[in-house]
Design a protein around this ligand. Structure first.
Ligand code: ZN
Ligand code: FE
Length: 255
C-alpha cells in the first residue's frame, strides 16, 4: 500500500509533510519548519511520527527538530554533509543510499545548489519524492551554496524519476514562479493553462502542491534548458546547457 500524505502550511509559506504507511501505521515527517502546525497535523490525523527526514540545514526546515524529538522521541535523519548544522541529528545519509522509512524504501538523492549538502528523498515504489528547496513547482531554489552548474546537475538527477512521480516541495512559491516562467516561455500553452489554475487555487486559499514531474517537465523553465523556444527567447539558441540554465536562474534572481 502506498504512502498516505498530509501536507499543511507552516510559518508563512513553508510546507509541512506528515506521511504514513497504512500497512503498518508507521509515520514520518519531512522537515520541521514549525512545531505548532506539525503537532496539530499529528493530532488531526492520529499519525504519530517515529522519523524526521531533513532535507537541508536552513532554519525554516530544522527549527522544530529538538522540540519534536522531545515530544515524539523520533529519529532524525539528514544529509551527512550538513550534520553539524542539523539539531538533534541521529543518522546521516549520503547520495544514492536506500533507507527504510516507516517500512517503505527511500532513495537519497544529493542535490547541491541551494545548499551544498541538500538531499531529496524519493520513495520510488510509492511514486513520491520530497524535493524541498531544490525543485519547486515552476521553480528551483536560490543558489546560496552552489553554482548554476551544481543546480543543473541536481535537476538532471531529479528528471530521472518516473514522470508520474508526485513531487512535494518546501515552499508555496508557485504563483510568483508562474509569473517568471511566463516571462521566459510566454507561448507555452501548458504553462499558460497552469498559471490560470494556480491563480484560481490561490484565490481560493488553496495550496498549489503537490505537483508531478510530468507537469514540471512541461512547464518549469528550470527543467527546460534544452527547449528551443526558451533558448530563442533568451537569445541563446546555441549556448551550452550550463549557460542557458545560469541565465534563467540569474533572470529569476532579479525578477
Ligand atoms: Zn532552504
Ligand atoms: Fe526553505
Amino acid at each position: 500500500m502506498a504512502l498516505e500524505i498530509e501536507q499543511f502550511m507552516c510559518r508563512s509559506d513553508n510546507f509541512g509533510v506528515l506521511a504514513r504507511n497504512p500497512a503498518t501505521g508507521a509515520a514520518f515527517l519531512v522537515d520541521a519548519p514549525e512545531e505548532g502546525p506539525i503537532v496539530a497535523a499529528v493530532e488531526r490525523t492520529g499519525w504519530k511520527p517515529s522519523v524526521l527526514l531533513i532535507t537541508h540545514h536552513h532554519p525554516d526546515h530544522v527549527e522544530a527538530n529538538l522540540a519534536l524529538k522531545q515530544r515524539y522521541g523520533l529519529t532524525i535523519i539528514g544529509p551527512d554533509y550538513e550534520k553539524a548544522k542539523i539539531p538533534g541529528i541521529d543518522r546521516t545519509v549520503r547520495d544514492g543510499e536506500i533507507i527504510e522509512v516507516a517500512g517503505r524504501k527511500a532513495r537519497v538523492i544529493l542535490t547541491p545548489g541551494h545548499t551544498a549538502g541538500h538531499v531529496c528523498y524519493a520513495f520510488e515504489d510509492d511514486k513520491v519524492a520530497f524535493t524541498a528547496d531544490t525543485l519547486f513547482a515552476l521553480g528551483c531554489g536560490r543558489l546560496f551554496e552552489g553554482t548554476p552548474a551544481d543546480m543543473l546537475g541536481s535537476m538532471r538527477k531529479l528528471i530521472q524519476l518516473d514522470a508520474d512521480t508526485v513531487i512535494y516541495c518546501g515552499h508555496e512559491y508557485t504563483q510568483s514562479n508562474a509569473k517568471f516562467a511566463l516571462s521566459v516561455d510566454p507561448t507555452n500553452s501548458a504553462l499558460k493553462e497552469r498559471a490560470k489554475e494556480i491563480d484560481a487555487l490561490r484565490a481560493a486559499g488553496r495550496a498549489t502542491l503537490p505537483t508531478t514531474l510530468a507537469r514540471e517537465l512541461a512547464t518549469n523553465p528550470f527543467l527546460r534548458w534544452h527547449d528551443p523556444v526558451i533558448r530563442r527567447n533568451l537569445g541563446m539558441a546555441d549556448a551550452s546547457d550550463d549557460a542557458v540554465f545560469a541565465e534563467i536562474r540569474k533572470r529569476k534572481d532579479v525578477f
